[in-house]
Each structure stands twice: as structure tokens, then as C-alpha cells.
Design a protein. Structure first.
Length: 372
């Protein structure tokens, strides 16, 4: 092999493998891997896009980029489309390829966004493991128009290593999610079997004490204890539901309705279409509905809530609305509370969309859409 770009295939692949095996945090691992790739070759710049199944991309790692691509005013690598991303989206970029001319670098030159270090062209390689694709590895060298076949083949081997590592991390994250769910279930069972039973016993004892007591002050104390224990039982029941939405076994719509009714709301549920959701998607929608119901109780002044599920071929939409007092909210404003921000984070973690519509005196509507 020529040594103008790659020093030693074995040394390079070994170095990349060691870096990937040490990594557990996604973006740090990709950054370390890209840095190692540039250290062991005469490649001058590189960047990695992660692309989800909806086609949205994010810049996950970058190394030794020219100022034109890092100019904070123009977002050359974080906004807009380009040839390699579009080819990835439509499924025609399946192997390492030469980019005749990078649109992002061209935009930077034409817009005088800064020095490009002489970079014009780059190679692009899909990151995949088996049939799964995760994104793109792009690398560039000054004044190099095309990469030779053996160079592209080696880049493909490196990209496959990265794709396999991404698959491993995704599986690890799913395993952690399962363990968290199992721990929630265990804690919910413990609370139900111990604390909840003790509160029930206190309630029964206080009720009996109230009936047997002859002095009025003692009757009042027992009545207060009974009320407090009943309130604590209701709080405990809600906490157990938060830890383990057991009603999901009966279906998402049923679970949402039962939880709202447990809080004292009148919940009207409608379902359009049929689809299978993952357990994570179901729990995410349930948690969002849970937060929305609490917001209704605290702020809306209304006890009736409408929840509509619309299952489409490639997505599910959940709309929650009330006719309460509402608040003035504009589309581009930040979400106004910690609970709403938590909803937004949950939705974005599943590559979904969240929208809110509210006006003072006209109620509030929350719309969640998750890809299936």
C-alpha cells in the first residue's frame, strides 16, 4: 500500500480498535477515535455525523477543522443539507465514496466564512453494523481530489469498526434502561408491600380508635390521624404508579385514563388507528401524560382532560387538551416549567416532536409525535 496517506493498515486498525474498546460514552468515544485516525495517518481533518432514521443529523465529533467550518455565525456543519447526507437519507450511499466537491466547504468559500486550509474535497463513509446504519465519517486532505480504491477500502474497515462500537453502546444503553425499569418495579413492590400496608393499618387502627374513644378530643385526634393516613395512602399510590405504570399491561390508553381518574380528573380518551409501540415509547408517552395531568390539576382550574391517540404508519401522535385558564405562550418561546422541559427532553431522546398551544382563557393543548 502507498504510504502517502496511511502508514500501516495493521497499526491503524489496531489503534482504532483499542480506542473504540476503551470508550463507553458515545461522543467522547467518537472524538477520541477521530483524533486517533488523524494521528496515525496524514489525513488533515475529519468529522462524524450521526443520522437517525428520520434523516435528522447531528455533528457528533470533529477534529482539526478549518476556521471556515467552525465559524460560529454560519454553522457550516450543523445546519443545511449536503450531498453526503442526502445520499445517506435516500439510501444510495452504501460504501466509501469520493465527494467531488463538498457543498459545505463551497458555501464557506463563497461566503468568505474564513480560512478553509485548502480543503475542497473529502471522502465519506457510512457507519454501519450489519443492516443498521448510524451516520457518516468524513475525512479530508488539502489538495487531494480523490481517494484511491485501497484507501476507501481501509476507510470502510474503520467505519465498520466504529459502527460496531455504536451498536454496542446502543445495546448497552437499552440494557441499562431495562435495569432501571427493573429497579423501579422492585422499589414499587417494596413500597406496596411494606409502607402502603403500614399506612392501611394506621388508617384501620385510627378508625377503630375513633369509634371506641369516649372523650371528644381523643375522637378528633383519631379522626385527624385517619385523614392523614388516607392522604398518605393516596400519595403512596400515586408514587407507586409513577415508579411502575402497571396499567400499561392493559394498554397505553387504558393506563392513561386510569391514572388521570386516580388523580380525580375526568379523562376522555379517543384512539384512531392501530400500531405496536416499544415499551420505551409507551412509557415515554405515559410519563408525559402523567406530567400533563399534574399540570392540569395545579394550574388549569379544570378537571376535564381530553386525550387523543392517533397511530399513523410511521408515527404515533398523542394530544392532551383541557379547557382551563391557559397561559400566554408563543411557539418559539422556551417551555415555561421544569416539568415541561422534562417532557421535551423525553421526546427529543426518541427523536420526536413536541408542540404546545395555550392562550389565557382558552385552555392548553399539548401535542407529542414519536416516530415508530
Amino acid at each position: 500500500m502507498k504510504r502517502d496517506i496511511f502508514l500501516s493498515e495493521l497499526e491503524l486498525l489496531k489503534g482504532i480498535a483499542e480506542t473504540l474498546n476503551e470508550g463507553t460514552e458515545l461522543k467522547k468515544m467518537l472524538g477520541d477515535c477521530l483524533r486517533k485516525l488523524l494521528q496515525l495517518t496524514s489525513l488533515e481533518a475529519g468529522w462524524i455525523f450521526l443520522i437517525n432514521h428520520e434523516g435528522s443529523y447531528e455533528l457528533a465529533a470533529a477534529e482539526s477543522l478549518p476556521p471556515a467550518l467552525t465559524n460560529p455565525q454560519h454553522h457550516a456543519l450543523t445546519e443545511g443539507d449536503c450531498w453526503c447526507v442526502n445520499r445517506f437519507r435516500n439510501g444510495t450511499l452504501t460504501k466509501a465514496s469520493n465527494i467531488m466537491e463538498c457543498k459545505r466547504l463551497e458555501n464557506a468559500r463563497n461566503g468568505n466564512w474564513g480560512d478553509t486550509y485548502g480543503l475542497v474535497y473529502h471522502a465519506t463513509v457510512p457507519l454501519k453494523a450489519g443492516e443498521e446504519q448510524f451516520g457518516l465519517l468524513n475525512v479530508a486532505v488539502k489538495n487531494k481530489e480523490t481517494f484511491e480504491e485501497h484507501e476507501l477500502a481501509l476507510l470502510e474497515s474503520i467505519a465498520y469498526q466504529i459502527g460496531t462500537a455504536l451498536k454496542r453502546i446502543h445495546l448497552t444503553m437499552k440494557e441499562q434502561e431495562i435495569k432501571i425499569a427493573e429497579e423501579r418495579n422492585r422499589l414499587a413492590r417494596d413500597l406496596h408491600d411494606s409502607v402502603n400496608q403500614m399506612l392501611y393499618s394506621i388508617n384501620v387502627t385510627a378508625s377503630a380508635g375513633n369509634r371506641l374513644a369516649k372523650e371528644e378530643p381523643i375522637k378528633e385526634i383519631m379522626a385527624d390521624i385517619q385523614k392523614l393516613s388516607q392522604h398518605a395512602q393516596a400519595e403512596m399510590k400515586a408514587l407507586i404508579w409513577q415508579l411502575r405504570p402497571a396499567g400499561l399491561a392493559e394498554g397505553l390508553a387504558c393506563s392513561v385514563k386510569k391514572y388521570g381518574e386516580m388523580l380525580g380528573l375526568a379523562v376522555h380518551v379517543s384512539v384512531e388507528g392501530v400500531s405496536m409501540l416499544s415499551s420505551l415509547q409507551e412509557e415515554t408517552l405515559w410519563r408525559i401524560a402523567q406530567e400533563a395531568f399534574h399540570n392540569t390539576l395545579k394550574h388549569s382550574g379544570e378537571r376535564t382532560v381530553h386525550v387523543a391517540f392517533h397511530f399513523k404508519p410511521d408515527s404515533v401522535e398523542m394530544m392532551i387538551s383541557d379547557e382551563g385558564i391557559g397561559f400566554n405562550y408563543t411557539e418559539n418561546a422556551c417551555l415555561p416549567s421544569l416539568g415541561l422541559k422534562s417532557m421535551e427532553e423525553r421526546v427529543k431522546s426518541l427523536h420526536g416532536k413536541i408542540a404546545m398551544n395555550s392562550k389565557r382563557g382558552n385552555g392548553t393543548t399539548l401535542v407529542i409525535e414519536l416516530p415508530i
